[in-house]
Design a protein around this ligand. Structure first.
Ligand code: FAD
Length: 309
């Protein structure tokens, strides 16, 4: 129930105004977000790369209702990719993009605009010598996001997609996207979804994650295991062994600020460990989804509210 309330709040403009104006929020947000400016992102990225981790950067934003803002987000990614190239960080850092931030929900020609903006970002990534992964949002966007991914892959075959284990359709999607050269990030899924399309309980979602992971690990693509769950990480290691996968044929991914010691342990063992690093002013939706995922994150937030002063 708490999770549902927080996920509903993540889409409420009234709650957003209150949370954004609450002074200690910013200090707490820093735990999950690199900062608001491009320089903050580059500095945090540099620090992570220096510890042997790789990075995927997310210029925060979602649900854009304005074409100029969508184009502005694409431009922000171009600046980011240029900065990664110039600082020599592109070898260790790629970018993650939400199609709703680059126009997918615009009332007129939304998909077309999102495709063109995503194409600009992919071209900038190719120029920098790195890659792009398309984040996955709620289930109403899955078909559209995968259709755009298929189209972009004709020119940028390295484009990564995210599949969410909680969706009932995902095992089948994994089969489609487990071919040679295919990069798939498998996560559990962070949105509130109806039972008709998604498994609801943790145990059911975990089982679905393992089924999907089995397909990806047995396939010819490059699985990206995006989870903080010790069980999923252990099973991924076992599946890699059973499928005779080299350490460079898959990678682990975790969110910035979550289980950093485990991130370092996995990287220290010679695995590719990539950290999802968000930055920018539009942190509200991302931050609320992190609170919804874990009561301990919420306790941390409420304690700060109670002791402000
Ligand atoms: C790199 C990356 C990219 C993502 N991209 C997307 C996306 O595009 N679309 C989308 O819907 N979702 C995305 N997610 C979010 C994802 O779907 C989950 O909501 C989120 O990762 C939580 O699921 P979990 O697998 O970590 O397991 P959970 O079931 O949340 O947690 C399982 C266990 O992991 C450990 N754990 C989890 N969190 C913590 C913590 N804060 N501190 C300590 N231990 C912890 C605990 O042992 C916990 O019991 C992404 C996640 C990652 C890591």
């Amino acid at each position: 129930m708490l999770r549902s309330a927080l996920l509903a709040a993540s889409r409420s403009s009234q709650v957003r105004t209150v949370v954004e104006k609450f002074p200690p929020t910013h200090a707490i947000v820093e735990r999950f977000v690199a900062g608001e400016a491009l320089d903050d992102a580059v500095t945090a990225c540099d620090d992570l790369v220096a510890t042997g981790r790789k990075v995927t950067l997310d210029h925060l934003g979602e649900d854009t209702q304005d074409a100029a803002q969508a184009a502005g987000t694409a431009e922000a990614y171009e600046y980011l990719l240029k900065a990664l190239k110039e600082t020599g960080l592109a070898a260790g850092a790629e970018v993650s993009v939400k199609l709703s931030a680059v126009g997918q929900f615009l009332p007129v020609d939304g998909e077309k605009i999102a495709l063109e903006n995503a194409r600009r970002i992919c071209a900038a990534a190719a120029d920098a010598g790195t890659t792009v992964t398309l984040d996955m949002e709620d289930h109403t966007t899955t078909d559209s996001t995968l259709a755009i991914a298929r189209e972009l892959r004709e020119d940028f075959p390295w484009l990564g997609v995210v599949l969410q284990a909680y969706l009932r359709r995902t095992e089948a999607d994994c089969r489609e996207f487990s071919g040679a050269g295919s990069r798939v990030r498998l996560c559990k899924g962070a949105y509130k979804e109806p039972e008709s399309v998604a498994f609801q309980g943790k145990h059911e979602v975990d089982l679905a994650y393992v089924r999907a992971l089995k397909v990806l690990m047995a396939g010819e693509g490059y699985p990206m295991i995006a989870s903080h769950d010790p069980n999923m990480i252990k099973i991924a290691g076992q599946l890699a062994q059973w499928n005779n996968r080299d350490r460079d044929s898959f990678e682990y991914q975790m969110l910035y600020g979550i289980r950093p010691e485990e991130q370092l342990r996995l990287a220290g063992e010679g695995n590719t460990m990539r950290v999802y690093l968000p930055y920018g002013q539009e942190w509200y939706g991302y931050f609320m989804r992190r609170l919804a995922e874990r009561p301990a994150n919420l306790t941390f937030f409420l304690r700060a509210m109670a002791t402000r002063g």
